[in-house]
Ligand binder design. Structure first.
Ligand SMILES: Nc1nc2c(ncn2[C@@H]2O[C@H](COP(=O)(O)OP(=O)(O)O)[C@@H](O)[C@H]2O)c(=O)[nH]1
Ligand SMILES: [Mg+2]
Length: 387
């Protein structure tokens, strides 16, 4: 029976350069496969060493790569080698020749974690960029979402449709938020050329990323810079000036700007504080809930800017802290409680919406079946680079 179970070899560390690469060998052949190449520096052989004892040695012979091996469980061994691509690849090749199957760390997580939601949360954790988002994903990894879905199933099975509906509504209320645990919120800075959009991005992210030139309209391509505001990942995109009459050279950039603005979670409309009567809208008035107005270069004027906009100076830093605060509260108006269930993948929201539809049609057993599948069957992760 053991024979049919494969022994897998997985590179656990990220590909690319690093100080150390870690390979996990797991399964019935782990000891013989590793022992076929690993020569510990002293006695005893690896098989006779206690679990978790670190063994230094060489791989493949007396002149081979220096590695450290460690038995982590009866059928699990970790090999730590130099972090370049070559060493790990050679070891994996040798392990495959000794009967192991190479596996990706993603499918290893999916196969070994208890339940698909736990696996998905663990995969998502590798993609998130801030401690705050990681904390929320860790809650899901530890079972918040799984428990919440099981409560919905229980409510349906007890014919408490109202409770089931309420639980689903609460969960779905976090769907949009949850997608940003991995994918940053996108904020676009728009406005006429030379008002200081690029300078503002530099001031907001605290490092020089966007291109600032003295010539109006010199940002023809969108330039992005990532930062975290209050622990939330945010990507700022700088755009070519929004103008009605486009100079030909900039036309492509302006089309790009409009596309960026259309898909942004928040648009910061920037104008020069000295130009009190400058037009704001650029056709964006239809999106008031997504627009934040800013009057930049307030260091150059004494006259107070209208209350509808926030006075800032990219040059002196005046108003930047307040702008960051406003951006944060516009993007994330409310946050989940510690331990609260949060959906974190697009497909999860879709599945729960489907369950709501079934409940509305009184298809209770279909809804239960769907939700049971949700907590027991692996789904394709859709979190990576989803736009
Ligand atoms: N005095 C002052 N100058 C600024 C400020 N922000 C930007 N500038 C200057 O205005 C010019 C245009 O800035 P830039 O960021 O390239 O504008 P953009 O075309 O809107 O991206 C540059 O010379 C900046 O140094 C500010 O707050 N105060
Ligand atoms: Mg610019």
């Amino acid at each position: 029976m053991t024979k049919s179970r494969p022994t897998i070899a997985v590179r656990l560390t990220a590909p690319g350069r690093g100080a150390v690469a870690t390979i996990l060998v797991s399964g019935p052949l782990s000891l013989p496969a590793v022992a076929s190449q690993f020569r510990p520096a002293g006695s005893p052989p690896l098989a006779e060493r206690p679990l978790d004892q670190i063994a230094f040695g060489r791989w493949g012979g007396p002149e081979g790569e220096e590695v450290v091996a460690c038995r982590r469980a009866a059928e699990q061994i970790e090999i730590h080698c130099h972090g370049g691509q070559a060493a790990a690849r050679a070891i994996l090749r040798d392990l495959c020749e000794a009967g192991c199957q190479e596996n990706s760390w993603q499918s290893w997580i999916q196969q070994t974690e208890e339940g698909p939601l736990r696996a998905a949360a663990r995969l998502a954790l590798t993609q998130c960029r801030t401690q705050r988002t990681a904390g929320i994903l860790l809650d899901q990894y530890q079972g918040s979402l799984d428990t919440a879905i099981r409560q919905v199933i229980q409510a349906i099975e007890q014919s408490d449709q109202i409770a089931a509906q309420q639980l689903l509504d609460t969960l779905l209320g976090w769907a949009e938020f949850g997608r940003h645990l991995v994918n940053p919120w996108r904020v676009v800075l728009a406005g006429p050329p030379n008002v200081g959009k690029s300078s503002l991005i530099n001031a907001l992210v605290g490092y020089h990323r966007a291109i600032v030139y003295d010539q109006p309209g010199s940002t023809r391509d969108a330039v992005s810079a990532e930062t975290a505001i209050d622990g939330w990942p945010v990507q700022f995109t700088d755009t070519a000036g929004l103008r009605t009459k486009a100079v030909e050279l900039e036309a492509a950039g302006i089309a790009h700007t409009q596309a960026n603005v259309a898909t942004a979670h928040l648009v910061i409309l920037v104008r020069d504080a000295r130009e009190e009567h400058a037009e704001w809208d650029h056709g964006l008035d239809s999106l008031p809930e997504r627009v934040l107005r800013v009057s930049n270069k307030c260091d150059l004027t004494d006259s107070l800017v209208q209350t509808e906009s926030l006075a800032v100076s990219a040059l002196t830093g005046q108003g930047i802290a307040e702008l960051l605060e406003q951006i944060g509260s516009r993007l994330v108006p409310r946050t989940p409680l510690p331990g609260e269930a949060v959906l974190f993948e697009h497909s999860q929201g879709k599945a729960l919406e489907q369950a709501v539809g079934m409940l509305n049609k009184r298809r209770f057993s279909d809804a239960t079946r769907l939700l049971k599948r949700f907590v027991t069957t692996a789904q394709t992760p859709d979190l990576i680079n989803e736009v």
